[in-house]
Design a protein around this ligand. Structure first.
Ligand SMILES: CC(C)(COP(=O)(O)OP(=O)(O)OC[C@H]1O[C@@H](n2cnc3c(N)ncnc32)[C@H](O)[C@@H]1O)[C@@H](O)C(=O)NCCC(=O)NCCS
Ligand SMILES: Nc1ncnc2c1ncn2[C@@H]1O[C@H](COP(=O)(O)OP(=O)(O)OP(=O)(O)O)[C@@H](O)[C@H]1O
Length: 532
């Protein structure tokens, strides 16, 4: 009798304690990857999201049990709440508030679900709700959340349109983009058209070399749209100017923009009016602030892709792969970059940190010395006139021959490059034997000659073309035309980035450059410690 009463109580108390511990303080290990929350009413979306964000580490879907036309104003408000507060309150999470109209049926998600959550009011429906989601992983856990509605203030009417349009770069989709796309989806009954800026529109951006290719950006936007409402028609295309198809297609009735791009919408409407096409209505969203922005590091105050790209500097952007062409030690980092990109300071700092520095241009000059094989080879191939009376290679004369004739340049490279890289490898080996763990190899032709094949990692240094020109003019006392010629004769920033493991951009203060370098060096030490 005694045991019969106490056992269920003990089990109940234990389960409360266990679920309290689990819900209130999960460790990263206990956190689910991707979660899906069923919510009884749109009014609870933000409150539920806040609670659920403590249990999920990657993607969190929010699905109201039934979205109706009457709930559009509440959904619009919740879109704002969920995404505007996401960056400061749950920045680790990729939140996706589902806007599909109607009840839960035949739901698909781009990310498989490991945790289903539901607000307590849906306790009796949870089995059927769960069975309507096709992308739930086996062994998925189910938990309930007890959440009250939060006051949301005044709700604005939501007008809907058949065809809605918007544009953007959408590099590394962030909460500002999700807010914009969601407000467009909410207002569309038939189609949403999205222009995604093509490469010709990117040059004015911060670190354009790190912007994802347009096909990847289009795919990310499409995946997000399909996740939040698969029932609309989506037209995505590479956008080559501000207007896209909007300047002459009357079918577009609404354009969605932010406070900072509303001018673009006005310009489009002016153009439409000139052509006798009715202007589109304009829905303007607020710009989401970035509470983590570091303005002293030249970051923007708003949530932005530029900030995300700035934060990639000095970090591994491409995982280094084992290199079977060279010995495991010493660890060789190739340092590449355009002319006047700021490699010298970076090399100096790396030296201070303990790396051995090897300059391949110096090696080439040394191999040109009288009496050495390369000196004879140059003389045999380019004539005695490129050798001075003292027996040195006359680099000015040699330069005047090769820089005006591509064939001659290729010939010189094919003679010099193998000698230089062979000597560099001998010196790297010797530095390793002297006890150096990290050797940084600098060469102007590192990328062109593909010498990164002889490195464990490639670190590339880039500055915008105009900045490089200004710096050369100042440093080398050259005209703008001469400086431009030198910059343009080199491998482009894009090509340097395309093969880099780490990118630096000394385009701001020297402190900013040093911070990038500190980050890269720290990450390298951690990597090497694990590699042993
Ligand atoms: C020229 C355009 C398309 C280029 O886009 P942009 O480089 O600004 O793209 P980006 O990816 O940075 O932003 C995309 C959109 O999200 C908005 N946005 C960006 N960050 C935030 C933020 N933190 N909060 C809110 N909205 C944001 C932008 O204002 C923009 O409207 C755009 O700026 C513009 O002028 N749009 C209006 C005209 C238009 O839409 N044309 C295309 C029709 S198909
Ligand atoms: N963050 C910065 N802000 C302004 N100027 C800078 C910055 N970093 C470097 N510079 C200046 O830019 C010029 C070019 O830098 P540096 O000579 O280091 O380039 P480099 O990559 O070593 O060039 P090269 O390949 O021509 O030898 C120098 O005059 C340097 O002082």
């Amino acid at each position: 009798m005694y045991i019969g009463y106490t056992a269920p109580i003990v089990v109940f108390v234990l389960s409360v304690i266990v679920s309290y511990i689990f819900v209130m303080s999960p460790t990263a290990h206990e956190m689910a990857n991707n979660g899906y929350v069923f919510i009884s009413s749109a009014a609870k979306a933000y409150a539920v999201c806040q609670r659920a964000s403590k249990l999920v580490q990657r993607v969190l879907y929010l699905r109201v049990k039934e979205n109706t036309e009457a709930s559009l104003p509440m959904l619009s408000k919740q879109i704002e709440n969920v995404y505007c507060k996401a960056t400061s309150h749950y920045n680790h999470l990729d939140v996706r508030l589902i806007l599909k109209q109607g009840g839960v049926r035949n739901e698909n998600t781009n990310f498989p679900i490991d945790l289903v959550l539901y607000d307590s009011e849906l306790s009796s429906d949870i089995d059927s709700l769960k069975s309507s989601v096709n992308t739930i992983r086996s062994g998925c856990r189910v938990l309930n959340l007890d959440v009250d509605e939060e006051p949301v203030g005044i709700l604005e009417k939501v007008r809907t349109y058949e065809n809605v349009v918007l544009g953007g770069t959408f590099d590394r989709l962030h909460n500002g983009h999700k807010l914009l796309l969601s407000q467009a989806v909410l207002r569309a009954t038939k189609s949403v058209t999205v222009g995604v800026t093509d490469v010709n529109m990117l040059q004015i951006k911060t670190i354009p070399e790190l912007i994802q290719p347009v096909d990847i950006r289009i795919k990310e936007v499409r995946d997000f749209l399909m996740d939040i409402n698969p029932d609309l028609e989506y037209n995505l295309f590479p956008l080559k100017d501000l207007y896209g198809p909007t300047k002459d297609d009357p079918k577009f009735q609404l354009i969605v923009v932010s406070e900072e791009t509303v001018r673009g919408a006005n310009k489009i409407n002016e153009k439409r009016e000139e052509k006798g096409i009715p202007p589109m209505d304009v829905h303007v969203i607020n710009v989401i602030e970035d509470s983590h922005a570091c303005t002293t590091a030249a970051e923007e105050c708003k949530v932005s892709s530029s900030n995300q790209r700035m934060r990639m500097l000095g970090k591994i952007i491409r995982e280094p792969k084992p290199n079977p062409n060279i010995p495991d030690w010493p660890y060789v980092i190739g340092l590449a970059g355009g002319i006047a990109s700021g490699k010298t300071r970076i090399l100096q700092k790396l030296k201070e940190k303990g790396a051995a520095i090897l300059n391949c241009d110096t090696i080439a000059h040394e191999l040109y010395k009288p009496g050495l094989q390369l000196n004879r080879t140059i003389s045999e191939n380019f004539g005695k006139e490129v050798i001075t009376e003292a027996g040195e290679v006359d680099r000015k004369k040699l330069g005047s021959i090769v820089f005006s004739d591509k064939k001659q340049l290729d010939k010189l490279n094919s003679l010099v490059w193998p000698e230089v890289i062979a000597e560099a490898q001998r010196r790297i080996k010797a530095l390793g034997e002297q006890g150096h763990r990290v050797v940084v190899m600098e060469a102007a032709v590192l990328v062109r000659a593909k010498w990164y094949k002889y490195c464990h990692q490639l670190w590339s240094v880039i500055v915008p073309r105009d900045e490089a020109i200004k710096r050369i003019q100042k440093r080398d006392n050259l005209s703008a035309e001469e400086a431009a010629k030198r910059v343009d004769s080199q491998v482009s920033n894009e090509d340097h980035v395309a093969v880099a493991n780490v990118v630096f951009s000394p385009n701001w203060s020297t402190d900013h450059t040093d911070t990038q370098l500190e980050g890269a060096w720290k990450e390298l030490q951690e990597y090497l410690a694990k590699r042993k």
